[in-house]
Design a protein around this ligand. Sequence first.
Ligand code: SAM
Length: 262
Amino acid sequence: MKHIPRKRFGQNFLVDVQLINAIVSAVSPARGDTVVEIGPGLGAITEPLLKRVDHLHVVEIDRDLIARLKRLHAPERVTIHEGDALAFDFSRLAPGQGGLRIVGNLPYNISTPLLFHLAEAAEHVRDMHFMLQKEVVERMVAGPGDSDRGRLSVMLQYRFDLEWLIDVPPESFDPPPKVDSAVVRLTPKPREALLPVQDWTVFDRVVTAAFSQRRKMVRNTLKPVCAPADLDAVGIDPQARAEDLTLEAFVALANRMAATPV
Ligand code: SAM
């Protein structure tokens, strides 16, 4: 029976064979890799991945698609994790430190919270390749001074190197989404390359506050978390906007505030 795409699960299925091959080539899996696909759907990426790996994990929420996957694939080849990727503990699949390879044409309606969720598993990940709404990729890679820069940019750039790999038009999907898409690779930075953050909660609080009102100067948005003297002390221009601040500046301010809690 033909599957009717469900909007509530962000179902836009890939139909462009060249693009699918390009995604799988970008992942370049080896037979024994531990690969997890988020949202296998009708198998557009699943099938070519299975030609290259011994075993695949998939996380899928749609019961009809899960039933279909069960009919098509033996458990020796595909482990089906039924449920919400937002609540899935990816770290439990990690074969060892930093070994997990995560792939997916993500449901666009949950892509931002999903990226934050996945960022928490960074230490268990070797790399991640995702199809996302182009606008989300623009936000992910936005550097200081870019109006697309936001909490997502800072939090992901803290932990990952990001590479914009492929631009994808709506016609590559069925049904075509209303937006352009792009494929991006996230590679966790080596532990020794991470800027030392003293208290992750404080760092998150500072970044969240800074971007809470994007148009305003940081001397206003950061009032709830620090005094103007703290901005001076770490060399942040109080008249700057959050989008102008570097990762280093956010870390320096958060570490100062962690040392002198309000
Ligand atoms: N991989 C397929 C493809 O490229 O054609 C399907 C991609 S489709 C954009 C998104 C997939 O994610 C669908 O299979 C959908 O059912 C699944 N999905 C949606 N929300 C999910 C969630 N919260 N957890 C796990 N899977 C989800």
